[in-house]
Design a protein around this ligand. Sequence first.
Ligand code: DGT
Ligand code: CA
Ligand code: CA
Ligand code: ZN
Length: 580
Amino acid sequence: MNKVEIIKVLKNIAVFLEIKGENSFKIRAYKSGARALERIDEDFDEIVKHNTVDKIDGIGKALAEKITTLYREGDLPFYNLLKASISPGLIECLSIPGLGGKKVKQLHESLGIDSIDSLKKACLSGAIAELNGFGSKSTEKILSGIVNLDAYSKRHLWWSMQGFVDEIIYGLNKLSSVDKASVAGSYRRRLETIGDLDFIVGSEDPKPIMEWFVNLEGVKEITAHGSTKSSVRFKNGIQVDLRIVPADRFVFALHHFTGSKEHNVLLRQRALSMGYSLSEWGIFTKDESTDFLAEGAEAVETEADLFKFFKLSMIEPELREGFGEISLAQKGVLPKLIEPCQIKGVFHNHTTLSDGTDTLEAMVGKAELLGWEYIGFADHSKASFQANGLDESSVLSMIDKINIFNDSGVSNLTVFSGIECDILKNGTLDLDTSILEQLDYVVASVHSSFSQSEEEMTERIIRAIEDPNVTMLGHPTGRLLLKREPYKVDMNKIIDAAIANKVVIEINANPHRLDMDWRLWKQAIEDGLMCSINPDAHSINDLEYFRAGVNIARKGWIEKESVLNAKTTEDIMSWFKERV
Ligand code: DGT
Ligand code: CA
Ligand code: CA
Ligand code: ZN
């Protein structure tokens, strides 16, 4: 287990002990142990290797042993037993925002609550509002937390589906009766979260394919089993639809089931206006039999052909959301979407200086492998103490370190010095201007006081945007997809302020964030906003997240001209200079 995972276990132990009502000294030991690990500057791997975990300030001998076991074994019997001793329903209640160990214990003891279900009932009956320390406001908050939890459980992150999708496609392509196979639906449109997975197969012999599908390893339940359509649910909760059509109809089914519904409706209208009807089965002459394709439709082999049939240029799946793609395709003026190979470096990355798990040198090494020209580091600032944020003097020594690194010639990459500076409650920045001025760039982000009113939050962020030292706005709504709702903020005002102050807004490419949302980008780009695709990497592997960011940029109609990190090193340098 790495440091970040160990910190999580220590925090869980503290919460579980709270539920059990253990003495507060014991609980505090785990909490402060977690904090101590967050704060260390030294290389954690070295510390464990040298058996000096107990020398860390705030960690005693017993805790040091547990940490070492977690590091070496990836497991801790004490933790497993503790977790097993608590009813899973109570652990589930912990995922409701605002409910920690103490509150869950209180709810359990005073009202017998032992599941989300009983929690919901107690909210609705008014029993919770009566409890000491709760009220009608917290009842409302718990209820909306339950609604969100339910919605979250029905969808999956696009990013986490990749391996699963690739495996199914690989399996299908190995079957001899499969002529063509593709994923469709929201996954193919690269939506940030997906409900179910849809696969389309072209084949003249569907039976063995269906048998293979419903008997796949991990299938828990077969919800539909037909000769051309089946649906299954896997053990991990993922629902998958498979449709098999004759090979000469594959392209029509692929287009239809890629969607979206909105796009399909609009394309169908266009077909009708041209005297055709369009369905998953093909293109037909309006009001005539659907036994035969319309004249010319049998030559449609690819989706590009299909669009061409309707006098449209090719519309990439990412754009098929009914956002005006059809009318632009009609004029042949769709954007040339940004591609992963056009990214020349990334800016929002963390190292072991704050809460990252890899060193600057290791991150540069990975950036070299990715073929980039530059990489920028933006560790946290001091207000993010839980992330071991940097104070003024640490920032200065980091700048020195980066200068020395750049001069050393160790790497061909240029390293840019930045910071992810906290936007404090009142909109001022967490570090002194005299320090911020010395950095190449500043990413300003909100990490605290999420419950401000929309007006306060909007003013707060605009104030930061107006600070001449701010180069980029980080994760503008603070959302965590399928985990936490965005805070309230007027994004249109934020976008206007960013354009007026030549501030870039990031697409935070962490698969849980993907913030700013793609739905806002098309208009924002037209109005002159620049974007930066930022992986917010906390490890070398996280640098790969930039691909998820590129997906979102493409869904936002973004071309490389509007992406800061598609510029060359030289252009970046002059851009940083010119904007102030
Ligand atoms: P999801 O699964 O909720 O993430 O979203 P999708 O887009 O994958 O939706 P899904 O799986 O229900 O259906 C796949 C595609 O099939 C959808 O994007 C468009 C097409 N489709 C499904 N139902 C309808 C419909 O009622 N009308 C039209 N025009 N198309 C539909
Ligand atoms: Ca779907
Ligand atoms: Ca579906
Ligand atoms: Zn952040």
